[in-house]
Write a protein that binds this ligand. Structure first.
Ligand code: SAM
Length: 371
């Protein structure tokens, strides 16, 4: 393999030389490495530095960069696994040159996770994590981290694939990034709670072409029941922009109070908070003391997540303005106006035109129209 040395954070490692003419996704390299996932890795290294799990499994290592960084930068005992022999060889080479003590295994991740427990398990597969979540849910002691890059099925753009993988009906709405993140979270949660364990989201976000979950697991049926209570639906009107949220496993059929059309269920998905504010605050505080190439972007992401409302959908400011045939004013002025009227309002972390509020839709429309 023709290798080049790369540095991420404080970690130096080797990856296959890639044809610079190739566009994303990194297509034909013998072992996968995507520099565009640096933010994804930076945030996890930052978080595990704070959480300090007893040990950490990088279940799909590829070059091993993620596990190498967790071991070298956070000082956590790490196992790096990949099913591919070529990947495992490269991981061993990277571990040797790093001088770190890291266990390297070359197994199907499901086989490895079925036989062993790790305090933190990290899934970073090609596309969907769905085939790995059951064994990860059984293997993970206190923490489960999951990446999904199959955003089209998750967001409802490829409905049959979304239903097959996540046993949910995501639907393609203007708030599809939110639906994708919550569909993934709802699915992972359902995989965990059947083992009488609960889930607390610590830091979950949608970014560019991926969704990322960092979850704390809790023991006991009571914790699982509290988690189950957060599974629900967004009930979306197919005729107008009205939507509401409903908890529970079977949504009640209802009509839109604004236009009378029968509401359509989006889900099941996770409702409620997707972040733990104390964790985000601690990450903000620790960020200046870690080496992260994407630190300015992480800082913006954390700030936006901290002010973001917990609603499971957002309104798109431009879609709303377009439907009212007005040119959109600044989104900040809309948010300020809603707050001055006594409602909660915020931006969302994954889109500059996303607006979250608990104000009723007719009032929001009035504000956007200049009222
Ligand atoms: N975590 C890596 C990083 O941050 O650069 C990227 C991982 S890459 C997206 C997915 C990896 O999963 C590939 O190296 C592939 O060989 C490996 N893989 C695919 N199926 C697997 C399985 N069933 N068990 C273990 N590894 C698997």
């Amino acid at each position: 393999m023709d290798l080049v040395e790369v540095t991420e954070g404080r970690t130096r490692f080797f990856v296959p030389r890639q044809d610079p003419g190739l566009q994303f996704p990194p297509g034909n390299a013998p072992v996968f490495y995507n520099p565009r996932m640096e933010l994804n890795r930076d945030t996890t290294v930052l978080l595990v530095t704070l959480l300090r799990p007893r040990d950490y499994l990088d279940a799909m290592g590829a070059s091993g960069v993620r596990g190498l960084r967790v071991a070298g930068e956070a000082g956590i005992p790490v196992t790096i696994n990949d099913r591919s022999e070529r990947a495992a060889d490269l991981i061993r080479h990277n571990v040797e040159t790093s001088g770190l003590e890291i266990e390297v295994t070359c197994q199907d991740a499901n086989v490895l996770m079925s036989g062993r427990r790790f305090d933190a398990v990290d899934l970073d597969p090609f596309g969907t994590p769905a085939p790995f979540t059951d064994s990860a849910a059984r293997s993970a002691g206190n923490y489960l981290f999951v990446t999904a890059t199959d955003t089209a099925p998750l967001c409802g753009a490829h409905l049959p694939a979304g239903m097959r993988r996540y046993f949910s009906r995501p639907r393609n709405t203007e708030y599809h990034a939110e639906v994708g993140l919550r569909t993934l979270l709802g699915f992972v949660v359902r995989e965990v709670i059947r083992y009488d364990r609960g889930v607390e989201p610590l830091f979950c976000y949608a970014h560019e072409h991926f969704h990322r979950l960092h979850l704390r697991l809790r023991s006991g049926a009571a914790a699982a029941d509290r988690t189950l209570a957060r599974i629900g639906y967004v009930m979306q009107c197919p005729g107008c922009l009205y939507r509401t949220e409903e908890a529970g496993i079977l949504p009640e059929p209802a009509d839109c109070p604004l236009c009378g059309a029968r509401l359509v269920a989006v889900g099941p998905l996770w409702t409620g908070r997707i972040n733990d504010d104390q964790t985000l605050a601690a990450m903000q505080e620790a960020l200046p003391s870690v080496t992260a190439g994407t630190a300015p972007r992480i800082s913006r992401l954390l700030s936006t997540c901290r002010q973001e409302l917990d609603t499971s959908s957002h309104y798109d400011h431009h879609v709303l303005a377009g439907s009212l045939r007005v040119s959109p004013a600044g989104i900040e002025s809309v948010i300020e106006r809603l707050r001055s009227l006594g409602y909660s309002a915020s931006r969302a972390h994954y889109s500059g035109t996303a607006l979250k509020t608990d104000a009723p839709l007719p009032l929001l429309q009035e504000v956007i129209s200049g009222g």
